[in-house]
Design a protein around this ligand. Structure first.
Ligand code: SAH
Ligand code: SF4
Ligand code: F3S
Length: 515
């Protein structure tokens, strides 16, 4: 069947969509970018804020109109909304043929098959399956988890758009155990389960063999990664320690003992990937949880040149009172100490994060504390969100959403303006340096911008000129003009750029090499 798949939400969802695409392609399905010629429409959805859900509902509404007009289509809602809304969504939107939460994606081919066979049956007999409603337990070994097969069977096609970028996501941890009071993710993704390090290293190696030069390790609290190695039962019935380069929590190598649980820590995993997959030029990770960041992981970042000096570690608020209401588990000073420790340990570290404004009861003083935190630290960027009450979360049940939307919007804009100043300052500190840039986009600018002048003219008015855009190891966005025709051959290569000017959102420079 011909499938249209659209993805909303975070990198976790982007990776899930790639895995789903690979799995369905293997079974003979084809994919199209054009929803009007697809027989199956799949929306991989996000529940993190109401706005994200509205986007998906508008697509679901359009497909409903087409179905009512007589088109034979299968509509599937997959991802976090399928998990959060479950069967209620099916009742409210009868045009949906199947629901599949992120914890059940390995079953998606069967659900599509089922939906196509039962499509013309009267509704009560039609089969649809909601996502996984129960939290998976952390003791469930990831190796036994059906979902693991989805990651293990991934395909990477260098001829696709994703493939040309030579950059790939690799999941190391599923789920989240933090239960921040505003957040729906622990309910949609279930409990934290860490993948076995051997699987992760093997996946990185396969991706590198297929041409990938940058991997981004994914987890909701990625630095919380910790894999306890089990014991294998041998044929003679005795127990033997499982093989694998494990380290004890103290980071030392462990020769293996029956009595001691052996662990691979996050730092140990980073070092293993760095050593065992030398053709990877960049190893990144997302998203870090400020409280659990050990010095051992910072030292791994310092010692291993191909581990990127980039930390996305959301602070969420600069007010201790709000942080407590959010159940974040740290105070502002602890966050600041962590940021300073990271900056001191890892040369050229780039720091980024997220903030929520307008959390219930947030006063002007609380907000001023957030502004103060943004000004105190060299954040290269921050994603800023207006608080969105999510059914099923503790904040939704216990704290009225009492900050008016105009106030949320005004605080959002004020914080964005403050961040723009901080970003411009951080970027200005890089001017004059030469950096490696992994090119991900090329573009030609068709129209003149309103005329600025001076040194900026080269970049501000590149009429008809090509530019390359990419990212440094620290994830700074860099653009440089290219005069010798269309530079698309540079996509997926690392080029050197001499940085010459700074803007709030990016750095501008001159290309020194062409990869
Ligand atoms: N696991 C990551 C973040 C996952 S969600 C972490 O803890 O850092 C991505 C971001 O969405 C969060 O960092 C938070 O800033 C924002 N977010 C989550 N729930 C939200 C809500 N209910 N309203 C507004 N923003 C929210
Ligand atoms: Fe959500 Fe908090 Fe988990 Fe991040 S750490 S996914 S914000 S519950
Ligand atoms: Fe959204 Fe689910 Fe990611 S709620 S942010 S798609 S984990």
């Amino acid at each position: 069947m011909r499938i249209y798949l659209e993805t909303f939400g975070c990198q976790m969802n982007e990776l899930d969509s790639q895995l789903v695409r690979g799995q369905l392609s293997c079974l003979g399905h084809t994919f199209t970018e054009d929803p009007s010629i697809a027989e199956v429409l799949l929306y991989n959805t996000c529940s993190v804020r109401e706005h994200a859900e509205q986007k998906a509902y508008s697509r679901i509404g359009i497909v409903g109109q087409r179905k009512r007009a007589g088109e034979h289509l299968i509509l599937g809602v997959i991802g976090c909304m399928a998990e959060r809304d479950g069967l209620d969504m099916l009742v409210r939107h009868p045009q949906i043929d199947l629901l599949c939460g992120p914890g059940e994606l390995d079953k998606l081919p069967a659900l599509i098959d089922n939906a196509s066979r039962t499509h013309d049956l009267p509704r009560p007999d039609r089969a649809a399956l909601a996502g996984n409603k129960s939290r998976r337990t952390a003791t469930l070994a990831a190796a036994d988890d059906d979902l693991e097969s989805l990651d293990l069977a991934r395909m990477f096609d260098p001829s696709t758009d994703d493939g040309r970028h030579r950059s790939a996501y690799v999941r190391i941890t599923r789920g989240c155990n933090k239960f921040c009071t505003y957040c729906v993710v622990p309910r949609t993704r279930g409990a934290e389960v860490h993948r076995p390090p051997d699987h992760i290293v093997a996946e990185c190696r396969r991706l590198a063999d297929a041409g990938v030069i940058e991997v981004t390790l994914l987890g909701q609290t990625v630095n919380h990664y910790s894999y306890t190695h089990g014991v294998a039962v041998t044929l003679s019935g005795t127990e033997a320690p499982q093989v694998g380069a494990a380290v004890r929590p103290n980071g030392r190598n462990d020769s293996g003992s029956h009595a001691t649980a052996r662990k691979t820590t996050f730092a140990g995993l980073l070092r293993r990937i760095h050593e065992e997959v030398p053709s990877l030029r960049r190893i990144r990770f997302l998203t870090s949880y400020p409280r659990d960041f050990g010095l051992d992981a910072l030292e791994a970042m310092r010692d291993c040149p191909r581990i990127c000096p980039y930390l996305h570690a959301p602070a969420q608020s600069g007010s201790n009172r709000i942080l407590r209401l959010m159940n974040r588990g740290y105070e502002v000073e602890e966050y600041v100490d962590f940021a300073h420790r990271a900056i001191e340990t890892v040369p050229d570290l780039c720091l980024a994060g997220d903030f929520i404004v307008g959390f219930p009861t947030e006063t002007e003083a609380d907000f001023a504390a957030t502004v103060d935190l943004v000004q105190r630290l060299p954040f290269k960027n921050n994603f800023i969100f207006k608080y969105s009450p999510r059914p099923g979360t503790v904040a939704f049940d216990r704290l009225p959403d009492d900050i008016p939307d105009e106030v949320k919007r005004a605080r959002n804009n004020r914080l964005l303006a403050v961040q723009a100043g901080v970003s411009a300052r951080v970027h200005a500190g890089w001017v004059g340096r030469t950096v490696d840039v992994l090119v991900d986009t090329v573009r030609s600018v068709p129209k003149a911008n309103p005329a600025p002048n001076g040194v900026e003219l080269r970049w501000e008015r590149p009429v008809g000129r090509w530019q390359v855009v990419g990212r440094t190891a620290g994830d700074l966005i860099v653009t440089a003009p290219f005069d010798a025709g269309n530079p698309s051959h540079l996509i997926g290569t690392i080029v050197q750029v001499q940085l010459e000017a700074a803007r709030p959102l990016l750095l501008l420079g001159t290309l020194l090499t062409d990869g």
